[in-house]
Write a protein that binds this ligand. Structure first.
Ligand SMILES: NC(=O)c1ccc[n+]([C@@H]2O[C@H](COP(=O)([O-])OP(=O)(O)OC[C@H]3O[C@@H](n4cnc5c(N)ncnc54)[C@H](O)[C@@H]3O)[C@@H](O)[C@H]2O)c1
Length: 305
């Protein structure tokens, strides 16, 4: 197991970052620094940990990080992670998702210091894939600026690793759900993960809005399973410079998801840039990371409606 004492989580106040923080605080004895500028995240997500001795929080942007030397591992989650806004606020998304990620990677090069770098990528890089379930070898087909920015970071990591001793893992998340997935104060919340939006609208007596005819299928993965994948990617010393699909390995249509939550739904027009199906082949993560999804979306819905 790789020796790790000190880690950084970027985007720690977001949905996945805050769940990763919970997981690492309970699972490890590591000292954890988190950074977030609250652009889409929420202080409430990390409030419970702000006085813990093993956790330090920096309120600020990753573009202002001056050194990565203190850290043995960086979990890089900070991003503007929504497909639709990435078509509209293009340069803001390029900065948040590409330029600031490259700032971190360039710091490692400048400091000649190469901590493990676990990058939160996305299944969006496959677009609407031909191979179902989709392995990591599927062709890349970015349908949105967001997907392209995620892929660019992956590709830069690969290119720079031909010259520098980078030690990275890209985790291509499929469709995450779980506690804190919906932040009502987030300016882009209309484009949050569908499970969180549906549950929020249902609880507030609102109709669920199903895009298209709802036949699009999604591979929903619990955020605790994502947190575990991050942990395993960090500690496994044999995993170097590669990408993994992190999904449940099955699918549910958006309409069937809506029906499990409420009978009060209506259809709205399909949106550009969104795939018809996401369905992960997770053989590689099972074999190389010894990672297995452990949660069932039906249980989560049952416990949260
Ligand atoms: N949720 C999904 O559907 C999904 C799917 C695939 C991949 N991902 C990836 O997972 C990661 C986490 O996503 P999430 O769903 O938790 O989103 P989120 O919006 O809840 O979290 C992102 C966090 O990053 C912070 N942030 C953004 N720019 C920053 C900056 N410059 N400096 C510091 N903090 C900054 C935000 O304030 C927010 O707290 C992202 O990289 C995203 O692209 C998410």
């Amino acid at each position: 197991m790789k020796k790790i004492n000190n880690v950084l989580i970027t985007g720690v106040a977001g949905f996945i970052g805050s769940n990763l923080l919970d997981y690492l605080l309970s699972k490890t004895t590591w000292k954890i620094t988190g950074i977030d500028n609250y652009s889409t995240g929420n202080r409430k997500n990390i409030e419970a940990h702000l006085n813990e001795a093993r956790f330090s929080f920096i309120e600020g942007s990753i573009e202002d990080i001056k050194s990565l030397k203190p850290y043995d591992c960086i979990f890089h989650l900070a991003a503007l992670p929504r497909i639709q806004p990435s078509f509209e606020f293009v340069t803001e998304h390029i900065s948040a998702n590409l330029t600031f990620s490259m700032h971190l990677i360039e710091l490692m090069v400048k400091e000649n210091n190469f901590p493990k770098f676990v990058f939160s990528s996305s299944s969006a890089v496959y677009g609407t894939p031909e191979k179902i379930p989709t392995p990591e070898s599927e062709k890349i087909d970015c349908l949105s600026p967001y997907a392209f920015q995620k892929y660019e970071v992956e590709k830069y990591l690969e290119l720079l690793s031909t010259r520098y001793p980078l030690d990275y893992v890209c985790l291509r998340y499929f469709n995450p759900y779980g506690p804190r997935s919906f932040n009502p104060d987030n300016k882009f919340n209309a484009y949050s993960s569908v499970v969180g939006i549906f549950l929020y609208r249902h609880k507030n007596g609102q109709q669920l809005l199903v895009t298209g005819d709802g036949s699009q299928k999604r591979d929903f993965i619990h955020v605790y399973d994502l947190a575990k994948a991050n942990y395993l990617a960090a500690v496994n010393p044999n995993i170097l410079n590669t990408a993994f699909n992190i999904g449940n390995g099955d699918t549910l249509s958006v309409l069937d998801l809506a029906k499990q939550i409420s009978s009060n739904y209506e259809f709205i027009p399909k949106r550009e840039g969104e795939s018809d199906i996401t369905f992960a082949d997770v053989t590689k993560a099972k074999q190389m990371l010894d990672w297995f999804p452990e949660h069932d979306i039906k249980d989560f819905i049952k416990n949260n409606i």
